[in-house]
Design a protein. Structure first.
Length: 463
C-alpha cells in the first residue's frame, strides 16, 4: 500500500505545480479557433502566458477580464459579460472558455451565471460556444484544471445520443481519443500513426498536435488558435466505434462521454513502457478486427532489444521523480520495468491515482521536498521539468527533463515518449545520462610495488 505523505509546510519552496487555469487554458488550446479567457487580474493571465510561450515557443492566444481593486471588492460580473462580448465581436472564435483564478473564486464569482446573462443579452453570438469552468489556482494543478475544463467542454458540446454508431461509411472506423495533459504534440502525432495502421480514424479531444506543433502558417497573425479539434467533430463522438481514454485524470470526462454517447470505453493510465503499449495494441486490434501490423511488431522487438541493451545501466538505478500524478505513474512504471528503484516520488496534489502507484511513499509537496528526499536516499538521477534543474545540480545528478514547463531546451514540447518507439528513445536517453555522468567510478589502483616513472626519479644532487 502506497503511503501518501501530505504537506507539512506553510509555503512552497521551488514550486513543482502549475496552476489549474494553466491546465484549463492548455485544454482549450487544443480546439480549433478557440480562446481561453482567465477571470482575474491581468497578472494572472500574463503569468500563464509566459509559461506557454517559453514552453511551446509560439504565440499563445489568451485573454483576461482584467479585474482591478474596484471590481475585486464590488463585483466583476460586468467584466465577464463585456469580455465575452468583446472577444466574440473582434475575433469570432468558435469556442471561448471562462476560467476562474484564485482572485475570482475568493471574491465569489459565479461565471456560469455570467454566461447565461451573456446569452440572454446577446443572441447574435449563439454560434459562439462559451464554456465556464471553476479552476481556482489555490487548489489542484495543471492536471486537474485540464481535466475539469475538458469535462465541461464535453458536457456543453457533445449532444446526447439515443443511438450510437448509426452513421454509415468512414464514421464506422472513427475512434474517440481523450488525451491527458501529459501527452505532447509529438506523442499525439505518433499515436495518430498507430491508430491509422489499424485503419482507424482517431478524433483527439483535444488535439494539441494540430494547434501547438510548431507549424508555420500562411496567416501573419491570428487572434485565436489555428488547428486543433474542430468543434464540428464534437457532434460526431456518438457515432464512433469506441472511445480510448489515456490518463487516469480523465476518468470523470470519460464517464460523462460514455453516458452521453453510449460508445464503449477503453481506459489506459498511460502509454509508457512495454506492458502499457501491449495493452493498447491489443485493444486496437480488438476494436479494428485486424491483426497487429508487422511494422508495429518490429517496433516492439526493437524496444525489447533496447531493454536488453540498457538494463546494465538502468537496473537498480536510484531515481527521484517529480511530476503530476498521471506523468508520475507513467514514469514510475517505465523505470521499474527496467529494474530501477524510485527512491523519491513527489507530486503536486492528492488524487485517487496515487494509491495505485507502486512505490513505498509519495510526497505531496514541492521541489525542495524532492531534493531532500533524494539526497537522503542517495538518488543517482532526477526526472522532472525545467524547474528541477537547479535541484539536480545541487544533488550532483543528471536530469531527464519531462513534463511542463520545459523552457531551457529546444523542442521539448515535441518529444515523443509514448508507443514502442517513444519508450525505446526514453530508455536510450536515460542510459546515456547514466553513462555520461559516470556514477560511482572505481578509482584507479596503483600498486605500492610498482616502479616509479622516470620523471619521478630522484633529481641529481647539486653538491
Amino acid at each position: 500500500m502506497t503511503e501518501i505523505l501530505k504537506r507539512n509546510k506553510a509555503l512552497s519552496v521551488s514550486p513543482l505545480k502549475a496552476s489549474q487555469p494553466v491546465g484549463g487554458s492548455l485544454a482549450t488550446l487544443g480546439f480549433n479557433r478557440a480562446m481561453p479567457m482567465l477571470h482575474g487580474s491581468q497578472g494572472c493571465t500574463a503569468f500563464a502566458k509566459v509559461f506557454f510561450v517559453r514552453h511551446f515557443r509560439e504565440p499563445i492566444p489568451l485573454q483576461s477580464t482584467a479585474m482591478d481593486q474596484s471590481s475585486s471588492v464590488l463585483g466583476a460580473d460586468e467584466n465577464v459579460v463585456v469580455g465575452i462580448k468583446t472577444i466574440a465581436e473582434k475575433s469570432r472564435p468558435a469556442l471561448i472558455t471562462i476560467l476562474t483564478t484564485g482572485l475570482a473564486e475568493t471574491q465569489g464569482a459565479d461565471v456560469h451565471r455570467n454566461v447565461r446573462e451573456f446569452r440572454a443579452a446577446n443572441p447574435e453570438f449563439d454560434d459562439v460556444a462559451v464554456v465556464a469552468v471553476n479552476t481556482p489556482d489555490f487548489t489542484g494543478s495543471v492536471e486537474t484544471g485540464y481535466a475539469a475544463t475538458l469535462t465541461e467542454i464535453i458536457r456543453a458540446l457533445v449532444p446526447d445520443a439515443k443511438e450510437a454508431g448509426t452513421l454509415p461509411g468512414w464514421r464506422r472506423r472513427q475512434v474517440n481519443v481523450l488525451v491527458s495533459y501529459m501527452l505532447t504534440p509529438g506523442d499525439l502525432e505518433a499515436l495518430r500513426d498507430i491508430f491509422e495502421q489499424f485503419q482507424l480514424r482517431p478524433v483527439f479531444v483535444p488535439d494539441l498536435s494540430d494547434s501547438l506543433d510548431g507549424c508555420l502558417t500562411d496567416d501573419d497573425f491570428s487572434p485565436v488558435t489555428i488547428g486543433g479539434t474542430p468543434l464540428s467533430e464534437m457532434a460526431t463522438l456518438g457515432h464512433a466505434k469506441a472511445t480510448v481514454v489515456i490518463g487516469a485524470s480523465l476518468q470523470k470526462a470519460a464517464d460523462l462521454l460514455e453516458e452521453k454517447t453510449g460508445v464503449p470505453t477503453y481506459r489506459f493510465d498511460h502509454l509508457y513502457g512495454l506492458h502499457a503499449n501491449d495493452a493498447l495494441i491489443s485493444a486496437l486490434s480488438e476494436i479494428s478486427g485486424l491483426d497487429v501490423p508487422e511494422r508495429i511488431e518490429r517496433q516492439r522487438s526493437q524496444l525489447q532489444d533496447t531493454m536488453l541493451d540498457t538494463h546494465f545501466m538502468l537496473g537498480q538505478l536510484r531515481i527521484a521523480i517529480a511530476a503530476d500524478a498521471d506523468l508520475l505513474h507513467a514514469l514510475v512504471a517505465q523505470v521499474q520495468e527496467m529494474g530501477a528503484e524510485v527512491v523519491a516520488a513527489v507530486t503536486s496534489c492528492n488524487t485517487p491515482l496515487l494509491s495505485r502507484i507502486p512505490v513505498a511513499s509519495i510526497k505531496i509537496g514541492d521541489l525542495e521536498d524532492m531534493e531532500l528526499i533524494a539526497k537522503a536516499n542517495n538518488a543517482q538521477l532526477v526526472i522532472g521539468n525545467s524547474h528541477a534543474v537547479d535541484s539536480a545540480e545541487r544533488l550532483g545528478t543528471p536530469i531527464l527533463r519531462s513534463g511542463f514547463p520545459l523552457y531551457d531546451i529546444i523542442g521539448g514540447y515535441q518529444k515523443t515518449w509514448i508507443g514502442y518507439k517513444g519508450s525505446r528513445q526514453t530508455l536510450f536517453d536515460l542510459a546515456n545520462l547514466v553513462i555520461n555522468h559516470a556514477h560511482e567510478e572505481i578509482p584507479v589502483y596503483r600498486s605500492v610495488y610498482a616502479q616509479k616513472p622516470a620523471t619521478e626519479a630522484s633529481a641529481p644532487s647539486c653538491h
